[in-house]
Design a protein around this ligand. Structure first.
Ligand code: SF4
Length: 52
């Protein structure tokens, strides 16, 4: 189980300083509903937009 999730998505309400994720858990899914062959083909479904 991941303990520290590094993430640069600063536009997400769960993100801390554009460095890491503070969500209790995250849900990562295949990009466009096909089996991923690389990291670029995965997405974080826990993302929620922050009020920047
Ligand atoms: S929920 Fe997903 S996008 Fe948002 S900070 Fe966590 S890992 Fe990044």
């Amino acid at each position: 189980m991941a303990q520290d999730v590094l993430c640069e998505v600063s536009s997400c309400v769960h993100n801390v300083r554009g460095e890491k994720c503070a969500a209790t858990q995250i849900y990562v899914v295949n990009h466009r509903e096909k089996d991923a062959a690389s990291s670029s083909e995965t997405d974080c479904k826990t993302f929620e937009p922050s009020d920047l």
